[in-house]
Design a protein around this ligand. Sequence first.
Ligand SMILES: [Zn+2]
Ligand SMILES: [Zn+2]
Length: 153
Amino acid sequence: MSQSYRGSCLCGAIRFEADSFRPRNGHCHCSMCRKFHGAAYATFVEIARDQFRWICGSELLRAYVADNGTTRRFCSNCGSSLTFAAANTDDSVVEIALACFDDTVPVTPDAHIFLAYGADWARPQDNLPKYAEGREGEAFAAWPPEDDTRKPR
Ligand SMILES: [Zn+2]
Ligand SMILES: [Zn+2]
């Protein structure tokens, strides 16, 4: 029997289930993810679309589409942050807030991304690779990098 992993929003009206996870799940420090979560960063885990199901409450999902075309969906009853989708994404992957899982999930976050937009009070101290923007850029071992020439914000 295969295992599935369940999660829900804060009020419990929206429930979902995943069968497996893709390896990519970074902590995103961008200002939009920070504000969407009300936290230092957001951690979204990628799930193949056919491995993910809304169990109930999906009619309560509302979407916020940002100026850059990214879409974030949340529970209209309790405000829980639930999904992220890039502007150019196809429908083959769901990105969902790792924090909303109720079950223990076999997922280990693998990077910090968009740290150039991160909060100064929440600089990561762990050993994960650290990117100023997306993963296509250079990975730093520490943030801010020692030879950082960016202007202080
Ligand atoms: Zn809710
Ligand atoms: Zn982000």
